[in-house]
Design a protein around this ligand. Structure first.
Ligand code: PLP
Length: 396
């Protein structure tokens, strides 16, 4: 079933001219061709019937291959990113694993040594088990990525930007040049930048990834991941095969919830970017704070790249390092009354976490580092909560 086949000329024109805020708010100007309903429906079917001639009635066979609810979702994200095709998965890591699955024994992957810890853990595991070369580069060194690629051997460069939890911004255009010069593809985890602010495919990436659990959904009530490709080629077909055969798909209900969550993505992003900037400026002047890491601050080492690459705001993620070491950092987090003590990011509610506690004993994150995800609450309430927590911490 082509959900858009019965569009009037006016609707078709609307679909080709709109801004991303309009695209999202209207779920790509969705109008149900048979009922006129303006909300995309949920289709929970996992199998699809054939007529008495044994031909399929629609274009669907079986839920593990495709389903109208997540195809609708995929078409919106694909358009948002300016890509050729999108594929949704049951979680961010399921999507990441599908990309790594396409790397063959003897090939080589390049990735930053600091990024979302689950991605690093998975990369280390598969490179060891499958005899794939792995170089983890220092993302704070501008020439490290170029020096890490091996012409003819590196087949995948994976980057994350901004990088968790320092929020260093990697220059996607430069990374694409480095990857392509070695004959590799560039895949970019843009979860923290959101598709509102960074258009990785337009900057030269081959594949862009989002943990849709975060900003895309925005309500902390489902896990999902999405990949969007700039070109349909053999690697993309391989990724599609991995999804079809391993079944790492999100269910129709989650896809539908995500369609609904994405309608407010642009406005949520705008609000959390504005509030985060005010909070970062407040924290930077507080005597109990040693350092604030937020790409929107001129003091952040990546600020110039961020201003160029993050074209619609710097988002809601920041870290701070406390004076007084680990004890002070833990005490600060424990005093929060409004910020919720939980991991994750990109939801409407603001979260605070002592990152080393969340990542575990193998973490290389500084012991005094606190990670904050700014939501859409009143910014003065949020600053007041941080102020009361900070003022009650004893710094020796
Ligand atoms: C930057 C980033 N990438 C990927 C993931 C993995 O996504 P998921 O939790 O949806 O599997 C996360 C999760 O926190 C993340 O923060």
């Amino acid at each position: 079933m082509d959900l858009t086949s019965d569009l009037t000329a006016e609707q078709t024109e609307m679909k080709t001219t709109k801004d991303q805020k309009t695209l999202l708010a209207q779920a790509n100007h969705y109008i149900n061709p048979s009922s006129g309903g303006i909300v995309p429906p949920i289709d929970p079917s996992v199998t699809f019937a054939r007529g008495d001639d044994l031909e399929l009635i629609g274009n669907y066979v079986y839920g593990r291959y495709s389903n109208p609810t997540y195809e609708q979702l995929e078409s919106i994200v694909c358009e948002l990113e300016g890509g050729e095709k999108a594929l949704f998965f049951a979680s961010g890591l399921a999507a990441i694993a599908a990309v790594f699955e396409t790397v063959n024994m003897g090939e080589h992957i390049v990735a930053p040594k600091v990024m979302y810890h689950g991605t690093v853990d998975w990369l280390k595991r598969i490179s060891e088990k499958r005899k794939i070369g792995l170089t983890l580069f220092d993302p704070t060194d501008p020439s490290a990525l170029t020096q890490s690629v091996q012409a003819g051997k590196t087949s995948l460069v994976w980057i994350e930007t901004p990088i968790n939890p320092s929020w260093d911004v990697i220059d996607i255009e430069k990374a694409a040049l480095a990857a392509h010069s070695a004959g590799a593809i560039l895949a970019v985890d843009c979860t923290v930048a959101s598709p509102i602010s960074t258009k990785a495919l337009q900057l030269g990436a081959d594949i862009v990834f989002h943990s849709a659990t975060k900003y895309l959904n925005g309500h902390s009530d489902l896990n999902a991941g999405v990949l969007v490709t700039g070109e349909i080629n053999s690697r993309w077909e391989d990724i599609d095969t991995v999804r079809r055969l391993t079944g790492g798909l999100l269910g129709s209900f989650e896809a539908w919830l995500l369609l609904r969550g994405m309608r407010t993505l642009a406005i949520r992003w705008e609000r959390c970017s504005e509030s985060a900037m005010k909070i970062a400026q407040f924290l930077e002047t507080h005597p109990a704070v040693e350092k604030v890491m937020y790409p929107g601050l001129p003091s952040h080492p990546s600020h110039d790249i961020a201003r160029r690459q993050m074209t619609a705001g710097f988002g809601g993620m920041m870290s701070l390092q406390m004076k007084g070491g680990e004890a002070a950092a833990r005490e600060f987090v424990s005093r929060a009354r409004l910020f919720m003590r939980a991991t994750s990011l990109g939801g409407v509610e603001s979260l605070i976490e002592h990152r080393r506690t969340v990542e575990g004993p193998h973490s290389e994150v500084p012991v005094n580092l606190i990670r904050i995800s700014v939501g859409i609450e009143d910014v003065n309430d949020l600053i007041a909560d941080l102020e009361q927590s900070l003022s009650s911490v004893s710094i020796s």
